[in-house]
Design a protein around this ligand. Structure first.
Ligand code: NAD
Length: 434
């Protein structure tokens, strides 16, 4: 498993739990050192215990020696990052191609090189060329195996997937892949075998669709605010329709994270390159940026249009709960805007503090929501960590200079807030405010 980030590490640990012998490789020696010492470099519930169990069983090891790991492997997974390339929105394939070349030089016998990273259509064919060029003697096949796990629920998603997608060019590679996923296959989790291009496209289409669903309800939320409708009821009413479903229909501050922003941008770019602009996806990207801006306006309005000199406590900075991942988190837009307008910002996050500190200069960090609210002019709930879902609002309001609550995840209601002594309450897509 080449790359031990959120996807590579979870996949490596889970494959070893299936009973396979797994060597996880990373080029970052500090990560490898941590992993060898039994420490998990990311926050992902349950990962430390599962990792320890499989290391103990002798099936899981860590190294920075890629050649040693590749030697004798039946399959080599590429799970390195594919961030947005600066300037044009294209997925940056530098890490994938570098890994492919390194793997090529280390190949000793037949192996399947599997791309798990999210990559544009056509990349697996390029990987094949890169390997063939770097090592003309190599006996290998390529496979596309996009990953659908969600951070925060990654192990369960990997062990109980809605589906596994495997793109291959021949039966030999399909058999190796079937062997790897046999434990899931035996338990009736669907495995969809496709060509390389379809597998690559499925991942982008799925992510763009989910981003569209979130963005759709966020836009409806904005209209609810103008018309007096309540987006919570609207999304419930929509979600009960089996054709629509209730997932990804929660209005909030806009999508973020390591996947949706970069994958929507990459899909838009792929469309442009093929002379077929992905108009829906391009609009989703714009509306999502607009949604984030609206959140800043909402907080500003709640404080009567003046942020200068105000103290604001932000609860939650990671892009969603149960992860320490800060990539493209809404907090990275909202907090600098508040600071830029002259507010003093305090922040609390159960796991994100370490990752976020450098990305959010000027923020004062607290380890407790009530302490952060002391003498504050507003509390903003930005990420719905469990511990922010059952706040003692009375205790919070009492210690604030001006009790105002911007509930950007629609956890509470104006009634809850008023009863607790808040003088202002704002949420998303509901005419429910003070
Ligand atoms: P990440 O940035 O957390 O991890 C990538 C790791 O690869 C890093 O540890 C880096 O040091 C290592 N690496 C880079 N080049 C290497 C090389 N040549 N040899 C060895 N190690 C190398 O990335 P991630 O979030 O795990 O995402 C990986 C891929 O999976 C991306 O394409 C992403 O789009 C996709 N994906 C991510 C998620 C998610 O929830 N994070 C979900 C599905 C798919």
């Amino acid at each position: 498993m080449v790359g031990t980030g959120y996807v590579g590490l979870v996949s490596g640990v889970c494959f070893s739990d299936f009973g396979h012998d797994v060597i996880c490789v990373d080029k970052n020696p500090r990560k490898v050192e941590m992993l060898r010492a039994g420490e998990v470099p990311i926050y992902e519930p349950g990962l430390d215990a599962l990792m320890a169990k499989n290391v103990e069983a002798g099936r899981l090891t860590f190294t920075d020696d890629l050649a040693g790991a590749v030697d004798g492997a039946d399959a080599i997974f590429i799970a390195v990052g594919t961030p947005t390339r600066r300037g044009d929105g294209h997925a940056d394939l530098t890490y994938v191609m570098a890994a492919a070349e390194e793997i090529a030089r280390a190949l000793t016998g037949y192996a399947v090189i599997v791309t798990k990273s999210t990559v544009p259509v056509g990349t697996n064919r390029q990987v094949k060329q890169v390997i063939a060029r770097a090592n003309p003697e190599a006996e290998f096949d390529v496979a596309s195996n996009p990953e659908f796990l969600r951070e925060g629920a990654a192990i369960d998603d990997f062990m109980r997937p809605d589906r596994i997608v495997v793109g291959v060019q021949n039966e030999r590679a399909a058999e190796v892949m079937a062997g790897i996923y046999r434990p899931l296959y035996l338990r009736d989790f669907p495995i969809l075998t496709t060509d390389l291009e379809s597998a690559e496209m499925i991942k982008y289409a799925a992510n763009a669709f989910l981003a569209t669903k979130i963005t759709f309800i966020n836009e409806i939320a904005a209209l609810c605010e103008r018309t007096g409708a309540d987006v919570k009821l609207v999304s419930k009413g929509m979600g009960l329709d089996g054709r629509i479903g209730n997932k990804f229909l929660h209005a909030g501050p806009g999508y973020g994270g390591s996947c949706f922003p970069k994958d929507t941008q990459a899909l838009a770019r792929i469309g442009q390159e093929h002379g077929l602009p992905m108009q829906i996806t391009e609009t989703v990207i714009k509306v999502n940026a607009e949604t984030r801006r609206r959140m800043v306006e909402k907080i500003t309005d709640m404080l009567d249009g003046r942020l200068a000199g105000k103290t604001i406590a932000v609860l939650g900075v990671t892009f969603k709960p149960n992860t320490d991942d800060m990539r493209e988190a809404p907090s990275l837009t909202v907090i600098p805007a508040l600071i830029g307008a002259g507010a003093r910002v305090r922040a609390v996050d159960p796991q994100g503090h370490r990752e976020a500190a450098e990305l959010l200069p000027g923020v004062h960090w607290f380890d407790d929501a009530y302490k952060a609210a002391q003498n504050a002019d507003a509390v903003v709930i930005l990420t719905e960590w469990n511990e922010f879902r059952a706040l003692d609002l009375k205790r919070m309001a009492r210690r604030m200079t001006f009790p105002a609550l911007a509930d950007l995840r629609n956890i509470y209601s104006a009634r809850d807030a008023r009863r607790a002594g808040f003088l202002r309450y704002a949420s998303v897509g509901r005419a429910d405010y003070i």
